[in-house]
Design a protein around this ligand. Sequence first.
Ligand SMILES: [Zn+2]
Ligand SMILES: [Zn+2]
Length: 578
Amino acid sequence: MAKTQSNLPASYWELQKKQKSISAFLFILLFVFYLAAFGLLLAVILLGTQVFLPGSNPFSSPHFYLYAAGIISIAAAVTVINFLQAKKTGTSYILSNLRAYPPDPGDRYHLSFINVADEMKISSGLPRLKTYIIPSVNVNSLSLLDRDNIPAIAVTEGLLAEASRDELQAVVAHEVAHITKGDTFLFTLICSLTAFYEKLKDSLEKEPEYQQGPQLSRSSHRSTSAPLAYVASSISFLLIKFLTMLVSQNRELLADATAVELSRDPAALSRIIYKAWVANSYLGDTSILMPLFLVPPDSKEIADSSWSRLFNTHPPVEKRLGLLAAMIHRSVEEIKNEVRHQEKLREESRRVIKASTEGDSPEKEKAILNLKEQAENELHKTEVWEIRQAKGQWAGPYTLGALISLPAFSPAVRVRNLKENREGQAREFPQIRFALYRQVKNQPVDPASVNRCPVCQAPLQKSFYEGVQTKTCPVCSGRLVSMEDIEKILARQEYDFSPQLKEKASLYQEALLDPGKRNTTFPQKKLKPCPSCGLQLAVKPFNYYYVFPVYKCYKCRVIWFEPDELEILQLLFKGRDE
Ligand SMILES: [Zn+2]
Ligand SMILES: [Zn+2]
């Protein structure tokens, strides 16, 4: 292919030259924005004084040049401050706003993203390329310039779960195209400039940490800073609209075209754009980050009218799909059918997971029974602590970890050890002294119960579920999951579920809607020790939306799901928009 025809830049130096001219261009735009804003403000003030002091005409007075000079210097100063601030902290703000973090090579989905990005880096001639994961189940991607000026691509967990390998390649190619064309630099700078005001707004709206009292103190605080926050958010809104309006929407179409040059697969790119469009692409309150995304976070609303063409950062999806489909002489409808067909195949190939109450093969049942017996013995060995209560009666038995996490526990309280048949003050027992010492040192309080099922004490086994490393109990099939991995599990749908599990999930759904049914549907939970640190697990609702209780350890950032709970959560989540 002739080199002159290519959309790729000839060299990295060319890219840097491009960045300099983009910087200058944006600086001038920003200056014009502030000049107009301050000019208007002054005109309003002067008109106001004219009303109060009739006879004086400020516009024709010799002071006019003075006003003009004043405005120009104020606008210049604000432009410089805004610009420097954006360069310094813009990217950090964007990344923390998206909760983005580097991919984990131990995770199969993340690894394939790392590999695809590596391949694309080499074929595009970029010297360096970073990768980030956005922990969201929605489908989207973006590119930005990292703090150290190295280009980076971020994708959501939802995109990794939905995209086939060729589609992931197409997405990465699209983002690499933005990087090589300088769009990434431009958009990162635009978003960073606006982030200045978003940060200002956030800091004005945020309540001080110590004010955790009732609503009363809140509203009084809010009333003082609300107008300022409003001003900051209006400026941010105007600025992003002003800057993106001047940046052509054709950039998206050009990036699509360059991506096809890189990945040579227009069909894959159109499929994933369509998937992102159909799936929820919403990513929290990220309106200022809009121009960065593969499809804008509210893509479903974009229509092809002259008004939307003026104000939207992305061309309508149908137009993009049409152009891509035309490259392979196909219609948009054919692309959509392909996606539907793919989804159907995926649905049919899913392994079905059964409820814990459904039977297994006889050999497996026997093995589980064996493990259960061993675990019960273990439980008798560790649940040996009792504590004396105020009225003199004994409570327990507890494991060591559970004992020292009791609210009534103190080193002076009277306890007894059933195994040793000994009674005394807690501090007299060396086991307890060691446990308290380990607790201070942030070590597991009871080495004997580490990595054991909180409910049946069987040793936990490492296992993979939806490509995520978890620990499972071979006896009760409960599961320990890191809180950070929940989005991955919800986004990835590698399994189907048995009718019995679906039935159970629908009972949960009813109870979520009808609080009267909760007590009978959601199982009651006793206090149990955390398999990682040995302290007591908290029994808390999964979240505000799915309020059924689960075991959580906030210190170890893990959730213990009892049998079927995780699967029910997945089913409820999958059914949320059906
Ligand atoms: Zn268990
Ligand atoms: Zn813990």
